[in-house]
Design a protein around this ligand. Structure first.
Ligand SMILES: *[C@@H]1O[C@H](CO)[C@@H](O)[C@H](O)[C@H]1NC(C)=O
Ligand SMILES: *[C@@H]1O[C@H](CO)[C@@H](O)[C@H](O)[C@H]1NC(C)=O
Ligand SMILES: *[C@@H]1O[C@H](CO)[C@@H](O)[C@H](O)[C@H]1NC(C)=O
Ligand SMILES: *[C@@H]1O[C@H](CO)[C@@H](O)[C@H](O)[C@H]1NC(C)=O
Length: 429
């Protein structure tokens, strides 16, 4: 878990040291300048520091001290005129008669490259370069993350130590970066270590949604549990939403649905929230809850106009509705709960048993119907005595589907018309 980042801060020490020593020029070149102090001078802020040189070869040359290329002091040695010192540095810089440059109570920001140039007409010029590094005593260092909220995926992760505002690490942050960080600051005069703990907040991760038991659909009356799990830091909170309404689940993200009804079918949304980062994530699960239509499908055939036959199949109710078809009559026409198919009556439909195929996810069912011509029939004559009268009944019995219509008549014309099976004519006794 712990990852220790060590960062050695040698601030203000990473200067390139370039030494130019030139001893020149011309025939009588005698002007020589040499360093007395080291070429790299390190000291503490507040001390008096001298970049010490000595020269020879010519008396009283002109002298220029440059800081990072810009003149800060010019003087002709032993001149009656005082040295010309950069006004911003008057309190700090002091030039000695031997050409050395002294920094009085040197401030931290006087680190830099310093070059001294001497010139004497007819004798030439000479120069030398020093590097000055000013340090301070490191104290009360604290290490902090830039913001309170350290969140996975952020591109920049900055740990700051309060003393020098130095940046020690930048990276795309990962949950595994949770841990303890430390910074170690050193300079030639002191060293200090500071430490901080970083917790990386992350998630919710992609939720894992599960219905138990797992089925492609449920039947009204079943019980189902929905669970929603996701990783995160802190652990994400779970909310279930159905039809725009919040439902109560337990804290572990599990919701129990007992004795489900068809109106509980639909999309359930699991909504996860990281309460620290406000990151949200949603996932849907669709529950199909079905109910079988009651009873069994019912088939019938009726006469339609123009000698047509109307085949009818009924199986109403249920969720979803049953899909009905008469494959033997037309394989492409289907109906939901009810199907009516009109066909011209033809000889090959006479006596043909037609099956209605009724498909529901819970059950498949059929019903059969046969269309028949009325059969050739002989009237059945019965005589009975009723109240001393003889009643003669002529019964017509014929089977047909659709039911046949029967017409009675005698010499003088039509008597009655009615359904076949129960019709009777009663002649006068
Ligand atoms: C530095 O030089 C100044 C001026 O000459 C003097 O007053 C002071 O005491 C010196 N400080 C130290 C630490 O030597
Ligand atoms: C130059 O002068 C300063 C101040 O008078 C002195 O401290 C230093 O030692 C001298 N340097 C040399 C090389 O004589
Ligand atoms: C989840 O379902 C709801 C309601 O049907 C819809 O608005 C939302 O976009 C869905 N979310 C996802 C992630 O599919
Ligand atoms: C309808 O007829 C088919 C085929 O002859 C048969 O399998 C099925 O059991 C019959 N259905 C009913 C409800 O009698």
């Amino acid at each position: 878990m712990k990852r220790l980042e060590e960062f050695t801060n040698t601030c203000r020490s990473a200067f390139l040291t370039v030494l130019f020593v030139s001893t020149l020029q011309g025939v009588h070149s005698q002007l020589l300048i040499s360093p007395v102090s080291p070429l790299i001078v390190k000291d503490l802020a507040g001390n008096n520091v001298t970049l010490a040189v000595s020269f020879s070869g010519a008396p009283d040359p002109t002298l220029t001290w440059l800081r990072d290329g810009l003149p800060v002091v010019t003087w002709t040695i032993n001149s009656v005129f005082p040295p010309d010192i950069d006004p911003n540095s008057k309190d700090v810089l002091h030039v000695e008669k031997n050409g050395s440059l002294t920094f009085i109570r040197v401030p931290l920001n006087y680190s830099g490259n310093y070059k001294v140039e001497m010139a004497k007409s007819g004798v030439g010029t000479a120069s030398i370069q020093f590097t000055l590094q000013i340090f301070e005593i490191i104290q009360s260092v604290t290490l902090n993350t830039q913001s309170d909220l350290v969140k996975e995926g952020i591109d920049q992760f900055i740990l700051q130590y309060s003393m020098l505002q130095g940046v020690i690490e930048q990276q795309t942050l990962n949950r595994n970066d949770t841990g303890s960080y430390s910074v170690r600051l050193t300079n030639p005069f002191s060293n200090v270590t500071a430490q901080t703990d970083v917790i990386v907040f992350y998630g919710p991760d992609e939720p894992i949604l599960k219905a138990t038991p797992e089925k492609s659909f449920y039947v009204a009356g079943d019980s189902v549990s929905l669970s929603c799990q996701s990783e995160g830091s802190p652990q994400p909170t779970v909310e279930w939403i159905f039809n725009g309404q919040k439902l109560s689940g337990d804290l572990s993200g599990v919701m129990h649905l007992i004795n489900v009804q068809t109106n509980q079918g639909g999309v359930y949304t699991c909504s996860l929230l990281n309460q620290k980062t406000n990151e949200k994530r949603e996932k849907n699960v669709t529950l199909s809850i079905y109910e079988r239509p009651s009873g069994s499908p019912v088939c019938s055939v009726l006469s339609g106009s123009n000698d047509s036959l109307l085949y009818d199949c009924d199986w109403m109710g249920g969720t979803p509705q049953a899909s009905l078809s008469f494959p033997a009559l037309n394989s492409t026409i289907t109906g939901e709960g009810n199907l009516r198919l009109t066909l011209p009556a033809s000889a090959d439909l006479n006596g043909k048993t037609v099956t209605c195929q009724a498909d529901h996810p819970i059950q498949q069912n059929t019903c059969n119907i046969t269309a028949r011509n009325p059969k050739v029939f002989l009237p059945e004559i019965r005589a009975t005595v009723m109240d001393s009268k003889i009643v003669v009944s002529i019964l017509c019995a014929s089977e047909a589907s659709p039911q046949a219509v029967v017409s009675w008549s005698n010499e003088s014309g039509a008597i009655t018309t009615g359904p076949c099976t129960r019709s009777a004519a009663t002649p006068r006794s």
